[in-house]
Design a protein around this ligand. Structure first.
Ligand code: URA
Length: 208
């Protein structure tokens, strides 16, 4: 049974600090059992731009902060290139606990499934309620799934702004980990340019 999903809980959570505290006790899905800790969203309370990734990775799980590993470094550089200060946005994930498969001493990332994404959406909704961003950026397929409520391909959604059910502007782009995996230099450069363009568009739409 989800431990926190009542109207009461929602009305008790009035600040990001309270939300973090509540998230720390999350048992809505089994992922909390093996993760080191929950990784809450991070950033300005009234950020006009919210970026949504998939789930914390190994480094994020240890640090308790989103986007501090290799994908986070790429994202930081991309934000800087797009002229967006990291401190002025709100960075979060569709799923707040690290899902992995142990392989010797390593922990290999595993994609969250539909049930885990669904259970964790409640927390994302609380972040959205408190931050109330003008624009959301979905970084990759898991973020698209949670923000649009169904699985859709990135390529079909890219290139123009859309709206979520509550009318928030949504920009869909690739996940930074995808860019890290591209081997061919030309393709990587092309995809990188597209990623920066998507971030710039989101920033402009946010009126920043
Ligand atoms: N990938 C994500 O989607 N989120 C993080 O926080 C780190 C890596």
């Amino acid at each position: 049974m989800p431990s926190v999903d009542t109207h009461d809980a929602e009305t008790r959570i009035g600040t990001l600090a309270q939300l973090e505290q509540a998230e720390a006790g999350c048992t809505r899905c089994p992922l909390y059992k093996h993760a080191t800790q929950v990784v809450p969203g991070e950033g300005r309370r009234r950020a006009r731009l919210m970026l949504v990734g998939e789930q914390p990775g190994d480094k994020e799980d240890i640090a308790g902060r989103p986007f501090v590993g290799p994908a986070g470094r790429l994202l930081d550089a991309a934000l800087a290139e797009a002229g967006i200060p990291r401190a002025s946005v709100f960075l979060t994930n569709a799923v707040k606990h690290f899902k992995f498969e142990p392989r010797g001493k390593r922990r290999l990332h595993k994609r969250p499934n539909a049930g885990e994404i669904e259970q964790c959406r409640w927390w994302l909704e609380q972040e959205r309620r408190l931050v109330a961003p003008a624009v959301l950026v979905a970084l990759g397929a898991t973020a698209v799934r949670t923000l649009l409520g169904r699985p859709l391909t990135i390529s079909a959604l890219r290139g123009r702004a859309r709206e979520t059910e509550d009318g928030t502007t949504l920009i869909v782009t690739v996940h930074p980990s995808y860019l890290l995996r591209i081997r061919d230099a030309d393709s990587r450069a092309r995809e990188h340019e597209g990623f920066i363009a998507d971030l710039r568009r989101a920033w402009q739409l946010a009126g920043e």
